[in-house]
Design a binder for this molecule. Sequence first.
Ligand SMILES: [Fe+2]
Length: 442
Amino acid sequence: MGKFPTTSATATASATTGFKLVGYNNFVRANPRSDFFSVKRFHHVEFWCGDATNTSKRFSWGLGMPLVAKSDLSTGNSVHASYLLRAVNLQFLFTAPYSACISAPSSATIPSFSASTHHSFTSTHGLAVRAVGIEVQDAFSAFSMAVSRGAKPVSPPVVLGKNQAALAEVHLYGDVVLRLVSYSNSIETGPDCFLPGFEPVNHEMSYQELDYGIRRLDHAVGNVPELRPCVEYIKTFTGFHEFAEFTTEDVGTADSGLNSVVLANNDETVLLPLNEPVHGTKRKSQIQTYLEHNEGAGVQHLALVSEDIFRTLREMRKRSGVGGFEFMPSPPPTYYKNLKSRAGDVLTDEQIKECEELGILVDRDDQGTLLQIFTKPVGDRPTIFIEIIQRIGCMLKDEDGNVFQKGGCGGFGKGNFSELFKSIEEFEKMLEAKRVNEAAAA
Ligand SMILES: [Fe+2]
């Protein structure tokens, strides 16, 4: 079982002022509800790619997310091709430019889109996340509040359609923007609504029943060269508070080399972890490797919540070799032998067996349990990857009596760094002992 935060901490990271990394054991979790503008939830994540048709279809098949809406030449948009995948509350948008020769700027449905910025973005980063979209109460006031507090403006607020929605962008980190989306009160934000100008796709173009159990975005993680300026920048213009943190020392292995801080909004529904590399470890920090291959800061992984991680993994693994996503190697059997003592009170023997069969990792914090697994990087470069998670525990009731799960329940998998390291060591010792015994018997 992982170490729990103590209340007898001697230091704490201030939620509203300067940033100070204090480590997992000294970090005291508190929610000052200090947001400067009203943030509702993650809205969508936009990938910029060379060809949106093919990239969106690969993610659709690999994750079980049907294509639900489009904005392209067929809908009158001659600037960019954009395709939207949706799995209940998770929305992925894939966007690529059309030729400048035929492009009529007023036909773009994402007003911030720029072909030249897209071109330099994709040639620098490869397939990568351009925008982390959040739904706010009012994109106009959120943008002006953020900018007045130091956010670097990228795209000023624009009204979309017949005043149905508004969109604005500020710089987040690297070449990634935080996209602010709001809807006017007069329209329903029903399942068919994304942004004005997008049209639903027909059944021939998409299999709407495609579903492997993925439901929403839990966290979007950024890798940055240096944590402090980035954390201070985001906190200063959003008011987000520090939700969790851990350092290389907490992780407890010589190889990991990272410090990490999680920022959250008032409702802790928008979780933005940030990692920085730590240098001088035996192996190069995985964060440093990312920064080199991505040519700078960017989104490292997107954690997607499944309502049934066993079903999601069975479906995803079936497709690994046929256009879906591959997973990181499973931990050695020793990891699962130790799992019974770590999580036997939460998972049945059968579930532990299923975790082993599917390569699922298990961690817990003081509040709940986290089941997690990571894909290999999704594109050519060892940069962005996907995490599939299921959180167990922390069920609460809101004022109307609706049951919901507290954000970040079970943590972010910190304990798995040391558990994996320990189990690999045990496994290697076991193999060594086996070799010695075989040699003696021969
Ligand atoms: Fe994660």
